[in-house]
Design a protein. Sequence first.
Lengths: 413, 255
Amino acid sequence: MSMPSSEKKKSGFIQWVDERLPVFTFINKELVDYPTPRNLNYWWNFGSLAGIVLVIMILTGIFLAMFYTPHVDHAFNSVERIMREVNYGWLIRYIHMNGASIFFIVVYIHMFRGLYYGSYKAPRELLWILGVVIFLLMMATAFMGYVLPWGQMSYWGATVITNLFSAIPIIGDPIVTWLWGGFSVANPTLNRFFALHYLFPFLIVGVVFLHLIALHQHGSNNPLGIDAKKPGDKIPFHPYYTVKDLLGLGVLLLVWGTFVFFAPNFFGEPDNYIPADPLITPEHIVPEWYFLPYYAILRSVPDKLGGVVLMFSAVFILTLMPWLDRSPIRSARFRPLYKILFWIFLVNCLILGWVGSQKPEGLPLILGRIATVYYFIHFLGLVPLLNRIERPQPLPDSLQKKSPSVEKSGDCS
Amino acid sequence: MNHRFLREIFIVFLNLLISDEPWANQQPPLPQEKWSFDQVFGTYDRAELQRGFQVYQQVCSTCHGLSHISYRHLKALGFSEAKIKAIAAQKEVQDGVDEEGNPLKRAGKPSDYFPNPFVNEKAARAANNGANPPDLSLIIKARKEGPHYVKALLKGYIEPSVGIQLAPGMSYNLYFSGHQIAMAPPLSDNLVQYADGTPATVDQMAHDVVTFLAWASEPEMEERKHLGVKILTYLLVFTVLMGLVKRRTWRRLEE
């Protein structure tokens, strides 16, 4: 096709810099020429989208931090001041607030894509585990960010979630006191949550770089889950995937913008527009929607410690996925049984999410218990055993559907 | 264990089928009203805003603060600078101290925020049968289905059904959680006299004041929607262009 652009003539200045500090060679290698499977479908857009959302969140967050006051007496009002007095403060704040939900939507799609196409399998185990680490950091960041406006849900959400640590035997209560910096969620708590909410995104950036280094070591997985072998199986990242990612970005910004401008409080709880009041407990304390499946798992266990352990296990179990799934076939396309399990697992997660939004009694409680048990059976029982009975379909021998000259690829158009 | 589990399921289904208990204490569904600020292109009706402000000033403000709103914000209601100055000057505010350290009072200015009706929460509770009248700056955003809820609440005072005992000084409201509310019915026909001659029915006043409070909750709404249409249009063009560029670029692979 075209000559690799690194061999194109560079201008004198760029040449001069590059010989001393090879940034241009690096950009060329990792972002321009970087060989990428030619058959990636649109589900592969969500990795780069997540990166862009992270950058937008950090930028809007920095501007918000310039006007926000992390003090229990002023936090709520300082947010309202941003909304009403600061130039375009409402815009920055609504982008940031809805951005949290958009971030989780994008990352959840990214994760389920990995699960469907077996992107966690060798040689990408560490890539996958780093992803789980990013996810954990994101959850911590989002949780602390939700506390900052110091509304009723901020305060009571913080109280409920930090109290979970008191379930740890013996040292539980001292840990909670240490987390709070006092004997209840109060000003020291708000202060440190603000400091950490500002810090964590930069930790995420660090782990994202590791995630990318691990990714570029072997390159992206692809919908067929087979390694690229034939010439033409891989294409340079630029311009093919830069333009495809820009198209995806356009769609994402359309969705995000629709919420920001026309339904900015769609994902939020009305109660968070009531200033925090330690003396009045809201009727129904719910976390943000992206925590609901875990909240459901937490509450489906009658024992507090058991619930906490199970909730954290639900995330950590993801790190074991490369070893729980013993099938050598990556893509669910060629695994008739795993494909079915995947969709059942997805629906099960949605059920858990719904259960988490309901009061823990009656039908939701029972449904939540069944779904919790199934969640773990999926990972510990069904996925490991599947390999014994599943008859995978034959794998193609090239990423190009037929001979590249005869047929155009359906995934590309 | 299996037995207990099955029994639990059975009991739940039985409950769902025969018991009306879960619904007994709930509020009926809120009447769905039409608002000038609904939909993508909805804006606040200026006449409704001004009338709603009048209702707030003459009725609500006796007990409810509006602490995030300043007089200068009233420009958005369509009031002139002079009118805003006159409105602000009606209130006396405390500002600074004299040479002997005594607090000074002066007439309100457009830059002042709406004063709170009570000096603190205790005073508010003492004057209101133990209840603390919430600040109304964010009330529409702070309630589920805010506009519908607040209007329904304002009109929701009915005679309690037989057998319901209200605590002294409390009222029965169809839409209030638990139905027992410390706020006496705030509106009655012709309670205010509208400057524009609109008949001041309870429904009209409730509608106007909700529109005003919706503005107080989201004063940026009109600018937000306006900017949103522009930005989304731009993004749509960008996305379509990128779609075309993507298609053209990828066609190269087929060669």
